[in-house]
Design a protein around this ligand. Structure first.
Ligand SMILES: *Cc1c(COP(=O)(O)O)cnc(C)c1O
Length: 452
C-alpha cells in the first residue's frame, strides 16, 4: 500500500528535520513575540482544504507567521511565568518518542519504555528519600499530578475508621498553587485554608488549625508547597509532615517547580521533610530541563494509588493479568493512554549525568542571588524578599501597575526580555524567574538598567 499520507517521503522528512536541526542549533533562540492582535485568520485562511498542499508552503506559514508569534519559553531572556530550558538530549529524544509512537500505558505492551521511565522516577524517589517500593508515573503536568494524588488522598480519608463528617476537606495555605483549588473543585473537596507565617505553611499553624476538630472533622489531606510559583517559598515540610503523621492526614507535597532543588546538595536541605510525603509531584518540564509535557508523580505506597486509579474494562483485562512483575502507569493517575513522556527526561539524565543537573540548578540559584544583590545595589530598586530558590521579586520606587506593564511591554518589544509584574502583599512588583542556565548577569543588568 502506498497511500502518500503514510509513505515515507524523503523530501518531507528533510524539510522537517532541517527545520528541527536549525532550531536546535540556534544559540540562543530568538525571544520572539506573543503575537497578540495578529490576524491569524488571514494567515490560516484556506490552508486546510480538500486537496493536498505543498508541505514546504505549509511549513513556511508555520516558520514565518506562526512560530514567530510564540514567545520562546526556552530563551534565556524569558523570565516570566515559569520558563523552560530543555537539554538538547531531551529535545532530541522527544523526537524519538514521537517518531516511534512510543506509548507507555501498560507493561504488557510497553515494558521497555516503562522500565526506563521508572528508572528516572526512581532517581527522583531516591533523592527525595521516599521508602523503597515508592513509585508512580509521569503525567502531563503538575495539575494532573496534584489531581491524581488528591483523589487517592480523598479515598483513603473516606476509608478511615472515624469516617468523614460532611464534605471532605484538604488543608492547604492560601499560597497553594491554583491547580490545588481546581483539583478540590473537581474532586468535590473543600479547602481548609491555613494562614501562613512569612508566606510559609508551618507545622505549628497546621496544628492550630486542626486543634479541637474531632477525628471525623479532620481534613483528609494536607498540601504543602516546595517552591511557591509566585515567589518561590518553600513551606515547613518537616513540621507539616510531623503534624500530618500525628493526625493521620495524607501528606502531599507540590514541588512542581522547587522539586528540582532535590538534585542540589546545597539546596536539598530546604526540602527536608519531603521524605515523609505520601505523594509528591515535580515537573521535569519546569526546572529539570525536559520538554513539555512532563510531570513526575510519586507515591510512597503505590498500591494505595493503584486501588483507586486502576481502570477496569473487559478489553483491558489482559493488562491486569497477574503473574510477572508489572507496572502499568495507567494504574497511578487519571489517565489511560499516554505517551512515554518520561523518556526525554530519562535519556537526558543518562546522557548528561545527575551531577550536571546539580550544577545547572546551583548555577541558576547563584544567578538569582546575584540578581538580588544587584537590586540591593540600585538606589531606585528594592528587593521585596530574599529568594529561597530562583524567583526574585523587586519594586521600582514610584512605579504603579501600569508602569510595570509598560516596562514589560517595552522589554519584549526591544527583545531584551519577557518579564511580567505580579502582586505581592497587595502591591504590584516586578518578578524575575531564573531557570535557564544561560541567563547570565549581562541579561540581568540589561533588565535592571531598563528600570532607570
Ligand atoms: C506550575 C505549578 C503547578 C502546575 O503545574 P502544570 O505543569 O502547569 O500543570 C502546580 N504547582 C506549582 C507549585 C507550580 O509551580
Amino acid at each position: 500500500m502506498h497511500d502518500p499520507m503514510f509513505a515515507f517521503d524523503t523530501k518531507l522528512a528533510d524539510l522537517v528535520f532541517d527545520y528541527c536541526r536549525e532550531r536546535l542549533s540556534l544559540d540562543p533562540v530568538p525571544l520572539d513575540f506573543g503575537g497578540a492582535g495578529a490576524r491569524f485568520d488571514e494567515v490560516l485562511a484556506g490552508l486546510i482544504a480538500e486537496g493536498r498542499k505543498d508541505p514546504a508552503a505549509v511549513l513556511r506559514v508555520f516558520t514565518e507567521q506562526l512560530a514567530t508569534s510564540v514567545v520562546s519559553v526556552d530563551s534565556p531572556r524569558f523570565l516570566a511565568f515559569i520558563p523552560a530550558a530543555p537539554t538538547k538530549a531531551a529535545l532530541l529524544f522527544d523526537m524519538v518518542v514521537s517518531c516511534s509512537s512510543l506509548q507507555g500505558t501498560s507493561w504488557l505492551e510497553a515494558a521497555g519504555a516503562i522500565a526506563a521511565e521508572n528508572q528516572a522516577l526512581g532517581v527522583l524517589a531516591e533523592l527525595a528519600g521516599l521508602p523503597p517500593g515508592a513509585g508512580g508515573c509521569f503525567v502531563s503536568g503538575g495539575t494532573a499530578g496534584n489531581l491524581s494524588a488528591l483523589l487517592v488522598a480523598r479515598e483513603q480519608g473516606r476509608a478511615r475508621p472515624a469516617g468523614v463528617a460532611g464534605t471532605p476537606r484538604v488543608a492547604c495555605s492560601d499560597e497553594a498553587h491554583s491547580s490545588i483549588g481546581k483539583a478540590l473543585l473537581v474532586l468535590g473537596l473543600e479547602p481548609l485554608v491555613v494562614p501562613t507565617s512569612g508566606h510559609r505553611l508551618t507545622g505549628d499553624a497546621l496544628g492550630s488549625a486542626l486543634a479541637g476538630l474531632s477525628p471525623s472533622e479532620l481534613p483528609v489531606a494536607v498540601v504543602a508547597t516546595a517552591g511557591t510559583t509566585n515567589a518561590g517559598f518553600v513551606d515547613d515540610l518537616a513540621g507539616v509532615a510531623a503534624v500530618a503523621r500525628a493526625e493521620g492526614l495524607w501528606f502531599h507535597v507540590d514541588a512542581a517547580y522547587g522539586g528540582a532543588a532535590l538534585f542540589s546538595p546545597s539546596e536539598r536541605a530546604r526540602l527536608s521533610g519531603i521524605e515523609h510525603a505520601d505523594s509528591f509531584i515535580v515537573d521535569p518540564h519546569k526546572w529539570l530541563f525536559a520538554p513539555f509535557d512532563c510531570a513526575a508523580l510519586l507515591y510512597a505506597d503505590p498500591p494505595a494509588a493503584r486501588a483507586v486509579h486502576t481502570q477496569s474494562a473487559a478489553y483491558l483485562d489482559p493488562i491486569h493479568a497477574v503473574g510477572e512483575v508489572q507496572w502499568n502507569p495507567s494504574d497511578y493517575a487519571i489517565h489511560l493512554t499516554r505517551r512515554a513522556r518520561g523518556l526525554p527526561f530519562w535519556f537526558s539524565l543518562a546522557v548528561n549525568g545527575t551531577a550536571a543537573y546539580a550544577d545547572a540548578i546551583d548555577e541558576v540559584v547563584a544567578t538569582a542571588r546575584a540578581a538580588a544583590r544587584l537590586v540591593d545595589a540600585a538606589p531606585h530598586l528594592e528587593l521585596v524578599c530574599e529568594p529561597d530558590l530562583s524567583i526574585v521579586l523587586f519594586r521600582r520606587l514610584g512605579w504603579e501597575r501600569r508602569d510595570y506593564e509598560a516596562w514589560a511591554a517595552r522589554l519584549l518589544a526591544a527583545q531584551v526580555a519577557f518579564v511580567l509584574p505580579t502582586t505581592f502583599e497587595g502591591e504590584s512588583v516586578a518578578r524575575l524567574v531564573f531557570l535557564h542556565p544561560d541567563t547570565g548577569l549581562d541579561i540581568v543588568n540589561e533588565i535592571l538598567d531598563s528600570t532607570a
